[in-house]
Design a protein around this ligand. Structure first.
Ligand SMILES: C[S@@+](CC[C@H](N)C(=O)[O-])C[C@H]1O[C@@H](n2cnc3c(N)ncnc32)[C@H](O)[C@@H]1O
Length: 240
């Protein structure tokens, strides 16, 4: 039996993510406050897209004890950690967000959908399709939050000057170390992971705020705008 050491690895993952997005805690707080305010109650069903090892999904389950959280990811290592260590309120699904079929097992009737640092893996047309699928998965009045590298169209000079952000090299190193340790521990699963991402290299697309707002509006969301910003990272909120 593979010893996943999932608690320690998930804590270390959280530290790596916070290295990339130092304001991660304020993002999660903004999502929580906005969701409760818009719904007028806690969410009952939450969809976390590209939820990795389920750290954020578990925190959402802790914040909203009555909620059922569905996590989707494609990485076999991160899925194993999520299945082993995430909150029991989190259902973990293995699906490719680059293909429209991901929405079938996820179903509909969600109050909140989140994609934190996920969409830069996808090509622009796939992100547009993801917005459309999220609009269908959400109930009317539900909220989608997409956080990623998102330059501000009105501030091209400032956005360019922030690239790379201070601390980004250290975060890249911490990411490499995390995966280095995983390589030593997960063996066969790492080989499976390599095959998964060989067919789906990260697109590294960083659409601007305007690009994401236009994609959300085209997908049928009735409002879309920026909920949160921290340096190069921003979070779009879109209301179904
Ligand atoms: C930078 S990580 C962020 C993970 C998580 N949202 C967090 O904040 O901890 C990006 C996640 O997107 C997932 N991902 C990338 N491409 C995907 C795809 N085509 N389908 C499903 N998940 C994908 C990766 O496996 C990874 O878990």
């Amino acid at each position: 039996m593979l010893a996943l050491d999932s608690a320690r690895r998930r804590t270390a993952w959280d530290e790596v993510m916070t290295g990339f997005v130092p304001g991660l805690a304020t993002l999660e707080a903004a999502i929580g406050t906005a969701t409760e305010s818009v719904l007028g109650r806690p969410p009952r069903r939450v969809l976390d897209l590209g939820g990795g090892p389920g750290v954020v999904a578990s925190r959402m389950a802790d914040r909203w004890p009555g909620a059922r959280v569905t996590l989707i990811d494609i990485d076999p290592v991160l899925l194993a950690l999520a299945r082993d260590g995430a909150s029991p309120a989190v259902t973990v699904l293995d699906a490719d967000l680059g293909e429209p079929e991901w929405a079938d097992p996820a179903g509909t009737g969600y109050d909140l959908a989140t994609a934190l640092m996920t969409v830069h893996y996808l090509r622009p047309e796939r992100i547009r399709a993801l917005y459309r699928r999220c609009r269908q998965a959400l109930d009317p009045g539900g909220l989608l939050v997409v956080a990623d590298l998102m330059p501000d169209d009105g501030l091209p000079t400032v956005s360019a000057a922030l690239n790379p952000a201070p601390g980004e090299a250290a975060a890249e190193l911490a990411w490499a170390q995390w995966w280095g340790e995983a390589t030593a521990a997960f063996g066969d699963l790492m080989a499976t992971r390599a095959a998964v991402f060989r067919d789906r290299p990260a697109a590294n697309f960083a659409g601007s705020v305007g690009w994401h707002i236009a994609a959300a509006r085209a997908a049928g969301f009735r409002e879309a705008g920026i909920l949160w910003r921290d340096g190069r990272h921003a979070a779009l909120a879109a209301l179904a």
